[in-house]
Ligand binder design. Sequence first.
Ligand code: PLP
Ligand code: COI
Length: 337
Amino acid sequence: MNNIEWSKLPFGYVKTHYNVRCYYRDGKWGEIEVSSDEYINIHMAATCLHYGQEAFEGLKVFTGKDGTLRVFRWDENAKRMINSAKGVVMAEPPMELFLKMLEKVVHLNKDFVPPYGTGASLYVRPMLIGTGPQVGVSPAKEYLFLIFVGPVGPYFKDGFKPVKVQIVRDVDRAAPHGTGRFKVGGNYAASLSSVVRAHAEGYGTVLYLDAKEKKYIDEAGPANFFGIKNNTYITPDSSSILPSITNMSLRQLAADMGLKVEMRPVPVEELHTLEEAGACGTAAVITPIGEITDRETGEKYTFGKEPGTVSTKLYQTLQGMQYGDIPDKFGWIHVIK
Ligand code: PLP
Ligand code: COI
């Protein structure tokens, strides 16, 4: 066992017992390997190091009241990883391999899954990298698919409390026909300078606008954006944002609660009319947004110091399903036996 103070965990790296790995060589995936090594040994000319052939995923495992371990919508993460692999021309890890490795790594690190009632969960980080050497710009012939896990607490340190967000216009995370819709490392590299600056200037994260016109909201640094007004759940439709599995789930939960759901371009000025705003994602869950400041224009949009009623209801329903307190009527939960 370990001495982790589960309810005080931040969102960060924690060393666990094992990770699982599978190599793609000679046109096929090999056997699943279990490793206790936190390091990987790769060729210095590996394409992940030079040309960004890298994709990752993020999903969570939750302990229920009765000790049942539940993973949320793993199949959507597996599909998105395949899509990201296609996006930067990497070998695609099959869905069955994804699930087998996921179950294995959770079993091997069972005592790192936070107990029920601590607010923490086990974060699962699958990653896919081009390991084969190339010096010219072309895809590798060899890949490593690896999954590691670690217990985490809230991504934004205050948890379900409104955060301050900064609109940036001088940095773009992704272009309209670029890689924004894939979960590849390059998007996060592009975001780092603005995220670090926003933190230094007192904000929880940044909000990007569409790179072409700077008229519409794209998404937050590590999460999608949504707003609530007139009994409607509104979220941006954009080719340069990550298709969030949390957002997809919230659209369904909102519709199920009787809200209208609109996925469409969201003009920045519309922020003035929103009753509630939030960021959503696996790490962020739902993080209410209290205030948005446009760094360039100085315009301020405020949504209150407490979470809104609709955001709260969505948060409680989503977390209730994930921890098993509310029945899973959509078939989103996979129990790890
Ligand atoms: N947008 C970005 C840029 C992200 O990194 C994430 C996190 O995965 C999300 C949105 C939310 O996606 P999901 O709900 O699938 O975790
Ligand atoms: C997630 O929510 O899983 C993410 O990947 C967001 C961030 C940690 C990159």
